[in-house]
Design a protein around this ligand. Structure first.
Ligand SMILES: [Zn+2]
Length: 506
């Protein structure tokens, strides 16, 4: 037996376009560009980890240099070039890790070797994690990208395309790789397990696919780990134990306790989680997913078809324990808590969160509250006249009747005179002082204010520009500014008063 072990992700890496899963439109575009001989100078493959960026770049490179392309434009995997590229020892396809070769000198080396490309093959540079290059390296690269020789191609791969300079991106054709769907990952894992002659439960495959979040490489690595763990048949429990996942039964038990309003369970639940040594942030994420699944099934019975049948059935039976409003509330609480605590989530925070969730059973829904409010409103409308009078009384208290009801904005000669005297002490003639407003006798104070406010309105009406200058002059004292503000406020009160009177008359 050979001691040389090849990891699953590498062993089952696609060697033809046919084997690539989940990226059909990109594969089609690549094949067409080869077919029509319209291959661009540079391509940018972006997407989350483990979706096949470098795999596609390598396949593209292989197809470009293959001497016996199949009718379907797949590389033959038999010619010298194909074999060399598969074994990563081709001199024409150079793979550079942008994370460890990020400086200007590394890029200069590329620029220096470009001239040595042979004329009958393509020289292809695959730069992985290209966003890690320094700004200087990018600029050096840009020079080459502007006018590369005909047989030089650049394939860039990145998980963070927003960090790549726009001037680089604009010179590339761009491929955005999708996350691999849950179903496709399960299928691929099943094929690998069969090929490896390993027995594994369907539920276990679903759990691995769920945990790898659309990254096929992650899923393959997890499967690899499980195969090393034991030679027995791999079950769901086995996966939970081996990889430290949370058993879904924890959450189903929580459902039952929420239904029974058993607050005590919050402590039991947290204790179980902490003693198992699981990361609390991860538990909260799974908790969120649990309630999301319940809501999803509640809204659409046919959803969650990617879950294994056993788990799905369990979810269907549990969702009847909740109302939609409860699930909205719970999801909102978990989301808020996870944003607030981020990575500092501890057991007390988890306990509080679970307590809140269990208590949500007793919450009155917004719908019920609105219904009650509408009913209350209707009841009140039945006794509307008395309410109207109450409002009138309240308004009177706030806005006592003015002294001269019939001529509220009449300009008084005497006040005009006050403002036309243009003396520094002209304001002193107005019977107003700040202390009045703080008087305990509110009515008296308000009456005084009304007097002043009438004078102010008069002054506004008289509109003398010279007197405006007077007000702006620095000789006026601070309390006059206060007077101005106060008068503005009083004017507003006065206008409101007039409006109210008008309304009462009508
Ligand atoms: Zn070939």
């Amino acid at each position: 037996m050979s001691l040389k072990y090849q990891i699953l992700a590498r062993k089952y890496r696609p060697q033809t376009f046919k084997e690539v899963i989940g990226q059909e439109s990109i594969v089609k575009t690549i094949k067409n560009s080869i077919k029509k001989s319209r291959v661009a100078h540079a391509y940018l493959f972006s997407g989350t980890r483990g979706t096949g960026k470098t795999t596609l770049a390598r396949l593209f490179a292989k197809a470009l240099n293959c001497k016996n392309l199949t009718n379907d434009f797949d590389p033959c995997n038999e010619c010298k070039s194909c074999l060399e590229i598969t074994a990563s020892r081709s001199l024409d396809v150079i793979e550079i890790d942008g994370a460890s070769n990020r400086g200007i000198d590394d890029i200069r080396q590329i620029n220096d070797t470009i001239g040595y490309a042979s004329s009958n093959t393509y020289k292809i540079y695959i730069i992985d994690e290209v966003h890690m290059l320094t700004k200087e390296a990018f600029n050096a690269l840009l020079k080459t990208l502007e006018e590369p020789p005909e047989n030089i191609k650049f394939f860039f791969a990145t998980t963070e395309p927003h960090k790549v300079l726009p001037t680089i991106i604009s010179r590339c054709q761009r491929f955005e790789l999708k996350r691999i769907t849950h179903g496709l990952i399960v299928e691929k894992l099943k094929d690998i397990s069969d090929d490896q002659k390993k027995q594994i439960d369907e539920d276990a495959l679903h759990l691995i696919a769920h945990f790898s979040e659309g990254s096929l490489r992650d899923a393959e690595s997890l499967l690899d780990q499980l195969f090393c763990y034991s030679d027995e048949k791999i079950t769901l429990d086995y996966v939970n134990n081996a990889l430290g996942f949370i058993d879904k039964d924890y959450f189903f038990e929580l459902d039952k306790n929420i239904y029974e309003s058993n607050l005590k369970f919050a402590f039991e639940f947290t204790q179980k989680i902490t003693s198992s040594g699981k990361d609390i942030s991860y538990v909260v994420k799974e908790l969120l997913m649990h309630f999301r699944n319940l809501l999803s099934l509640k809204l659409d019975e046919s959803s969650l078809d990617y879950l294994s049948e056993t788990i799905r059935k369990k979810y269907i039976s549990q969702q009847s324990l909740y109302t939609n409003e409860m699930l909205f509330y719970i999801l909102d609480e978990i989301t808020k808590a996870s944003i607030f605590y981020k990575n500092s989530f501890n057991s007390i925070h988890l306990e509080t969160l679970i307590l809140k969730i269990i208590k949500s059973k007793n919450l009155v829904s917004i719908d019920t509250l609105i219904k009650r409010l509408v009913k209350l409103e209707k009841d009140l409308q039945g006794s509307a006249p008395s309410i109207k009078n109450e409002v009138k009384e309240e308004a009177k208290e706030f806005f006592p009747p003015p002294s001269q009801k019939n001529e509220p904005l009449k300009i008084k000669e005497e006040n005009k005179q006050v403002f036309s005297e243009k003396t520094d002490n002209s304001y002193e003639k107005i019977d107003f002082s700040i202390s009045d407003s703080s008087s305990t006798d509110n009515n008296a104070a308000v009456k005084d204010n009304i007097k002043v406010e009438e004078k102010i309105i008069d002054s506004i009406n008289s509109k003398n520009t010279e007197e405006e200058k007077e007000i702006d002059s620095p000789s006026l004292k601070k309390n006059e500014t206060i007077l101005k503000d106060q008068s503005h406020f009083d004017t507003l009160i006065r206008f409101t008063q007039i409006e109210l009177e008008g309304m009462q008359k009508n």
